[in-house]
Design a protein around this ligand. Structure first.
Ligand SMILES: CC(C)(COP(=O)(O)OP(=O)(O)OC[C@H]1O[C@@H](n2cnc3c(N)ncnc32)[C@H](O)[C@@H]1OP(=O)(O)O)[C@@H](O)C(=O)NCCC(=O)NCCS
Length: 162
């Protein structure tokens, strides 16, 4: 009985994922207007940035992936890197009304594929991120582990305001 339930749950998940990924209006691009970036940050309640900062930040992103519903940007994710070892994953955002439909997964899959493609044989890169509260499980699905743990201390950060 338990086995039957497990099979039925897995089957249900496959069907559910297939249906939710059938949203064929969604396309992916790598450009984002300053005002759309501002809109994304505002909608998820993150700190407002100056136009100057946004322009520099977007220009210096190593990779930027934007999900579009027709002409409307509905999700984004980007990375910053030193080009050798360190990669920082930032601004993973899906508009609330599009969340839980597989767009975050697609953004992450595309970013992680891009990172993987740039690693040479026998090399390692360190990919890090600062998870928002409650989003740790989402990132665990893509291989990230929480800190502190038995081997590593806490990730640390500070905001500097003038
Ligand atoms: C985090 C976020 C990007 C996820 O995007 P999403 O489009 O809803 O995610 P998906 O629908 O693609 O979900 C992918 C998987 O992660 C799971 N997941 C999504 N959000 C989750 C959460 N908060 N906790 C645990 N699992 C989560 C889904 O259930 C799904 O699992 P499955 O594929 O195994 O069935 C989105 O919730 C968001 O933009 N939040 C606001 C901004 C934010 O906090 N971003 C993170 C900054 S660190």
């Amino acid at each position: 009985m338990k086995q039957l339930k497990q099979v039925s749950n897995s089957f249900g998940k496959i069907i559910f994922n297939a249906i939710r990924n059938m949203n064929t209006n969604i396309t992916y691009t790598n450009t984002l207007a300053i005002e759309d970036y501002t809109m994304f940050r505002k909608i998820v309640g993150w700190q407002e940035l100056s136009e100057r900062q946004i322009e520099i930040s977007l220009k210096n992103s190593t990779s930027l992936i934007v999900a579009m519903d027709g002409t409307k940007p509905i999700g984004m994710a980007r990375t910053i890197t030193d080009g050798g070892y360190f990669v920082l994953l930032v601004d993973v955002i899906v508009l609330p009304e599009y969340q839980k439909t597989g767009i975050g997964r697609e953004l992450m899959t595309r970013l992680m594929t891009g990172i993987n493609e740039n690693i040479n044989e026998n090399e390692t890169v360190c990919v890090s991120l600062m998870a928002a509260t409650g989003k740790e499980e989402f990132y665990e699905k893509f291989g990230f582990t929480k800190r502190p743990n038995a081997e590593q201390g806490a990730g640390m950060m500070q905001y500097i305001k003038k």
